[in-house]
Design a protein around this ligand. Structure first.
Ligand SMILES: [Zn+2]
Length: 374
């Protein structure tokens, strides 16, 4: 599965591979524990009844870890092909039922989308095939044999599940690319593929409820959870896609405010509050030093200094120094700027050209522009 957009909450980066950060969603830790546990008390004791408890747990942990590696390889394959096709990848996040590769933009042609989508399931099937071949050639002892059989099974399942034709699963991507190719209309193709994703999610939820009611409570609950997660992903990625399409066509210049009130670095905070914050009803100002932008001061930073010291504190000491996440150039795509705005904690960007301030961009500017252009 693939998606775009900023990382969400509850996600931690665990390591980097080829410069791609691999993040884990908290839900994955729970799932990892559940899988290791269910393998250790269910799958392995059944298949290896003669081995001690410790061997069951060791096998369970190892098998869960190898499942993790398998899902990671599946996602890495998407990322590698995306990069080959010129699409930057900002990270991989492992989720409840697999992973998501965060592509920084959507593929521009159906062919690219097909290549990026299809390689994931192919990788899962290839892992299954390699493990099955090794199994056949090596004839391994009991415990490794059970782990290998498990790996073949889960990789086939991961590959097959991801081929289900509902966006944002890989199969949904393929469906979208095919519809896109046929009709030449990406928005329509996305809508149809997302709809298929929602339908599949409802089917899963329905099947889960049925399973739960007919006695298989845990198995049923599992289906329901995956279904809910998938439905949310189907809707979320479609809305994000629409937004990305609208904003990707526009540049920062189109949305920014050009008449910007700014403040000098040596202004005292007391003056800043009286003459700027009170007078202009805005919550932040770019800070200029001899014509060059050096930072942004917002109401939030005022809390860092007690009121009685405002008269002697210059803005320079409190401002957020200008850095990548706080600035954009007029020619940057509005989508890129929007992502910065939603991540930088300020909701503002200084628009800078050759070190000079040429505009100011707020989330409100972007939302206004979306409202008038859709
Ligand atoms: Zn995939």
């Amino acid at each position: 599965m693939k998606g775009a957009g900023p990382p969400r909450e509850g996600v931690a980066t665990i390591f980097r591979i080829w410069g791609i950060p691999v993040r884990v969603h908290v839900s994955w830790l729970v799932i990892f524990g559940l899988i290791a546990w269910s393998l250790s008390v269910g799958y392995f004791p059944e298949r290896l009844p003669d081995l001690p408890l410790l061997a069951h747990w060791a096998s369970g942990l190892l098998a869960a870890l190898l499942l993790f590696v398998s899902v990671l390889l599946h996602e890495l394959s998407h990322s590698v092909v995306a990069r080959r096709c010129g699409i930057p990848v900002s990270g991989i996040t492992l989720h409840v039922f697999g992973g998501v590769s965060q592509l920084e933009r959507e593929p521009e042609r159906p062919g690219v989308e097909i290549a990026v989508a299809v390689v994931g399931p192919l990788t899962s099937f290839a892992i299954a095939a390699v493990v099955a071949l090794a199994y056949a050639l090596l004839g391994p002892p009991e415990a490794p044999a059970a782990i290998m059989r498990y790996l073949v099974l889960v990789n086939v399942l991961v590959g097959a599940f991801n081929l289900v034709p509902g966006f944002p699963l890989d199969g949904g991507r393929l469906l979208r690319a095919l519809l896109w190719k046929v009709k030449g209309d990406l928005a329509w193709a996305s809508r149809m593929a997302s709809l298929a994703g929602s339908v599949f999610a409802f089917l899963l939820i329905g099947a889960g409820v049925f399973r739960a009611l007919s006695g298989e409570f845990l198995g049923g609950l599992w289906f329901v959870l995956i279904g809910l997660f998938l439905r949310q992903a189907a809707e979320g990625s479609y809305q994000q896609l629409l937004l990305q399409r609208v904003l990707g066509r526009l540049s920062v210049r189109d949305a920014m405010t050009s008449e910007v009130i700014h403040v000098p670095t040596d202004l005292s905070v007391a003056h800043l509050v009286e003459e700027f914050f009170w007078a202009h009803h805005v919550s932040s100002f770019p800070v200029l030093d001899g014509g060059r932008v050096v930072g942004i001061i917002s109401l939030r930073q005022l809390k860092e200094v007690p009121r009685e010291r405002w008269a002697e504190t210059p803005v320079r000491d409190l401002m957020l120094p200008l850095a990548g996440p706080l600035m954009a150039t007029p020619g940057d795509s509005l989508w890129e700027a929007f992502e910065k705005l939603s991540r930088n904690g300020l909701g503002r960007l200084a628009v800078v050209e050759d070190g000079r301030l040429v505009g100011y961009l707020s989330m409100k500017d972007v939302i206004h522009l979306i409202a008038v252009s859709t």
